[in-house]
Design a protein around this ligand. Structure first.
Ligand code: ZN
Length: 127
C-alpha cells in the first residue's frame, strides 16, 4: 500500500508479496506496482500521468493510448490484467509491472504502449 498523512511518500509491502513478486514468472509484481503509484503521486495526483518522468510531448499520446487500452481491457479484448481497467492509476501501475517483468511480450503485443513506457522509464534520447 501507499501511505498518506504521516506515511506520505512511503510505501508498505509485505515481505511475502515482495518476494513472490520477484520469484513468480507472471507479469505481476506488488513492489513495482506500489512503487509506480508513488512515482505517479509525486506530482500531487495519482492519475496515471507521471509528470516528472513523461516528456511533455508524450502526455497527450499517452492519455489517448491509456484510454484506448483501458476500453479494450474492459471489453475483455486485452491480455493485460483486468485490474488495469479500474482507472488510470491502476492502469499505469499494472502495465508498468508488465513492462518490467515481461518486456519482450509487451513489446510484441502492445508495441505502442511499450515504446511509450520505454520513453517514460529512461529511453529519453528521442524526446
Ligand atoms: Zn494499485
Amino acid at each position: 500500500m501507499v501511505g498518506s498523512g504521516a506515511l506520505n511518500s512511503k510505501m508498505i509491502l509485505s515481505q511475502q508479496a515482495l518476494r513472490n513478486g520477484f520469484l513468480n514468472m507472471s507479469a505481476d509484481n506488488t513492489a513495482i506496482h506500489e512503487f509506480v503509484h508513488l512515482i505517479d503521486k509525486a506530482d500531487g495526483e495519482v492519475d496515471g500521468i507521471p509528470e516528472y518522468l513523461i516528456p511533455k510531448s508524450l502526455v497527450e499520446p499517452w492519455i489517448k493510448e491509456m484510454h484506448k487500452t483501458i476500453r479494450e481491457i474492459r471489453m475483455g479484448e486485452s491480455d493485460i490484467r483486468e485490474y488495469a481497467g479500474t482507472n488510470e492509476a491502476e492502469f499505469f501501475a499494472v502495465v508498468s509491472e508488465y513492462f518490467f517483468k515481461k518486456p519482450a511480450l509487451l513489446q510484441e503485443d502492445h508495441p505502442k504502449l511499450y515504446r511509450m513506457l520505454d520513453h517514460i522509464y529512461g529511453g529519453a534520447e528521442e524526446s
